[in-house]
Design a protein around this ligand. Structure first.
Ligand SMILES: Cc1cc2nc3c(=O)[nH]c(=O)nc-3n(C[C@H](O)[C@H](O)[C@H](O)COP(=O)(O)OP(=O)(O)OC[C@H]3O[C@@H](n4cnc5c(N)ncnc54)[C@H](O)[C@@H]3O)c2cc1C
Length: 302
């Protein structure tokens, strides 16, 4: 083994977070998401964390790619062709404070490293997610998972308004149990048991570290209109935090993934029929699939 050889950078380094210890965005009534670290943290003066992706890709593609692709072009090529591993070279660490029912959805993303606040060690702070009256959503008739329509929207029937108010009264009752939790923990019930009567709209906190590839996968799923509105709010804030860290990657991801459109074989056939003056109906006996195709057609302007 030889001695350590230390190589000076060609130009002075720049901190991708501009020297800040965190970039924080408030979300919901008591939550936040903060970017607390990134890898690479230091990059050449005129670069961003995108540089780490390009550096990794050039190891496998070699000098051959250099003439056709400057950094942005190479990143766009990699993303378009789903060459995913270079995007794992960028790591992002977030501090997140979110309601427990959102944490349950978030934790399903298995490729992240997580450390959560412990209700066994510490008293859970008095923070509840309480939507305002005009934010109470109505159960959708077509989508079993959620709803966008508001119960207390202007002109809504009195019965709907009353239901929204009743929901908030119900939350207030549940939240009042917090005082019993404090009292019982104080009286000697272990914190790990005392907490089990608390509701899932309480806030929890964690550090969540994930590479950029899997963070973008998280964002694709959790910014989607099918995801619950509260987790979408966190995802939108996360996107705003990472955009300046790896701008070429985020731009390419928006172009090819987030705001792109995937077409099935049946959909391509329907589109081909449309293009030749035929009927653009999807040849499928599945009503949901046909409805999804109709929505895609509409978005394409057909
Ligand atoms: C709108 C919506 C509704 C949902 N509804 C439900 C629901 O009703 N019930 C429910 O249980 N879940 C539900 N989920 C969660 C969903 O099924 C996924 O668990 C979650 O979105 C994480 O996706 P993922 O596994 O692709 O992501 P990650 O866990 O982040 O994994 C990223 C990728 O890594 C690979 N990977 C990671 N771990 C493994 C592994 N152990 N084995 C093989 N490959 C792996 C997979 O390719 C995966 O796509 C819902 C998610 C969304 C977005």
């Amino acid at each position: 083994m030889g001695p350590i050889k230390k190589v000076e950078p060609e130009s002075p380094w720049r901190d991708v977070m501009g020297g800040a210890s965190r970039w924080e965005i408030p979300v919901l009534d008591h939550g936040f998401i903060a970017l607390v670290d990134a890898m690479p943290r230091l990059v050449p003066q005129d670069k961003t964390a995108d540089a780490a992706i390009v550096q990794a890709a050039r190891v496998s593609y070699g000098q051959g790619t250099k003439k056709v692709s400057e950094d942005r072009g190479l990143i766009r090529y990699l993303l378009r062709h789903r060459h995913t591993t270079p995007f794992e070279m960028v790591e992002l660490k977030f501090h997140v404070c979110m309601p427990i029912f959102i944490a349950r959805q978030w934790i399903r993303h298995r490729t992240a490293n997580v450390n959560e606040y412990s209700g066994r060690y510490s008293i859970i702070p008095d923070r509840f997610y309480t939507p305002s009256l005009d934010q109470v959503r109505k159960q959708s008739a077509s989508n079993r998972q959620g709803g966008e329509e508001r119960l207390a929207s202007p002109g809504a029937p009195d019965a709907d308004l009353k239901t929204a108010q009743e929901f908030l009264t119900f939350l207030a009752k549940v939240e009042a149990s917090y005082q019993d939790y404090l009292k019982l923990a104080d009286a000697g019930v272990s914190r790990e048991l005392a907490r089990i009567g608390l509701p899932v709209n309480m806030y929890t906190e964690w550090y969540w570290k994930c590479d950029l590839h899997n963070t973008l996968h998280f964002l694709s799923l959790r910014l989607d209109p099918h995801a619950q509105s509260e987790i979408r709010d966190f995802a939108a804030a996360m996107l705003a935090l990472i955009e300046p860290i790896a701008p070429y990657t985020v731009e390419a991801w928006k172009d090819y993934a987030a705001e792109g459109l995937r077409l099935s074989r049946l959909e391509i056939a329907a589109l081909q029929r449309l293009a030749t003056g035929g009927d653009g109906t999807l040849e499928s006996d599945n009503a949901r699939e046909r409805a999804e195709w109709d929505a895609k057609r509409k978005s394409l302007g057909f």
